[in-house]
Ligand binder design. Structure first.
Ligand SMILES: [Fe+2]
Length: 320
């Protein structure tokens, strides 16, 4: 039961913040005449902010040390990035949530004892149910934006690929909550599913970064292109590994050991590259905040992609 509760609140702490930011990026990308689209995005922004706040409220002393230390919830840049983004876009961001998250303590004996607390478990159930309702709505909303953009009825400064990208993340959040509700830790159905999902996300981040940098930032564009190529190759390798694993006879121990060995090697390589990428994203976020980089990247978008790299690094470390 404690696994269920920990997995649930850790999922919300990471993903509810990510969803709130997606809706902010959507709001900032619509032309001012699209009042109805902006209003709908703002509705989800407010709802996910409330959900995040409620998750934070019940998380102190209950979250794993590895999640707190990973930098996937908040980074040293999150609050300055929120303040600057709020002032640039006029969209409100409650930074008190980030302050509370910076002060979160991990679960010790006292925290574990609390998992037997029925009121706490009810709060976790309620958060899970609420998040699924909201996610169904948000997924429909993102799908309709994509459809209208593709039909030429709606303009947004966000790339169509970015909308597909944030749709995939919303679906992963929904799948993860559903797995938590089934009472077990999230398990990928395929051997390399984590790598397939996140290597694609990392590759697309590189494409977005290169496309949002000022065209004069040639060196950074080259570096982003290189990361794009690296993660494209890692994605391809993960898909190939996954196909080999699914065809392998589980009774053939030698073949299975060879497949597992190859998957481990791919995981190590993904980890190595994501750590380098994390350093690039850290330097990028700092450069944007210090006005040293010319771009049309919102400071909070820079911090957002950094947190996603931090999340992926933690997942890879868990599996190795
Ligand atoms: Fe995202």
């Amino acid at each position: 039961m404690s696994n269920y509760a920990i997995s649930s609140i850790e999922t919300h702490l990471f993903f509810a913040r990510i969803m709130r930011e997606h809706t902010l990026f959507l709001m900032a990308g619509f032309p001012c005449k699209e009042e109805s689209w902006i209003r709908q995005a703002d509705f989800f922004r407010g709802q996910f902010e409330e959900l995040l706040k409620d998750a934070v409220r019940i998380s102190d002393g209950r979250v794993s040390d590895s999640v707190i230390r990973s930098g996937e919830l908040v980074t040293e840049f999150t609050i300055p990035a929120e303040r600057r983004t709020e002032s640039l876009t006029g969209i409100s961001i409650d930074s008190r949530i980030s302050e509370l998250e910076l002060a979160l303590r991990c679960g010790g004996d006292e925290g574990l004892a609390n998992f037997r607390d029925k009121a706490f478990l009810n709060q976790v159930h309620e958060l899970n149910r609420r998040s699924l309702r909201l996610l169904n709505g948000l997924i429909n909303f993102k799908e309709s934006i994509l459809r209208e953009v593709k039909n030429g009825n709606l303009f947004t400064a966000n790339y169509p690929l970015l909308i597909q990208h944030i749709l995939r993340e919303a679906r992963l959040y929904r799948d993860t909550v559903m797995e938590c509700m089934r009472g077990r830790r999230f398990s990928m159905h395929h051997l390399c599913e984590t790598e397939i999902f996140w290597n694609q996300i990392m590759m697309e981040h590189a494409w977005f970064i290169r496309g949002l940098l000022d065209p004069c930032e040639e060196e950074l564009i080259d570096t982003a292109d290189n990361f794009g190529d690296t993660f494209c190759a890692l994605l391809k390798a993960a898909r190939e590994q996954d196909a080999i694993a699914s065809e392998c006879n589980p009774k053939d121990r030698n073949a299975m050991n060879a497949v597992m060995g190859d998957c481990d090697a791919l995981r190590k390589k993904s980890l190595e590259e994501t750590i380098k990428y994390q350093q690039f994203k850290t330097a990028g976020t700092e450069g944007i905040l210090k006005l040293k980089i010319d771009s049309i990247i919102l400071p909070l978008l820079a911090d957002h992609v950094l947190r996603e790299a931090n999340h992926y690094i933690r997942l890879l470390n868990c599996k190795l």
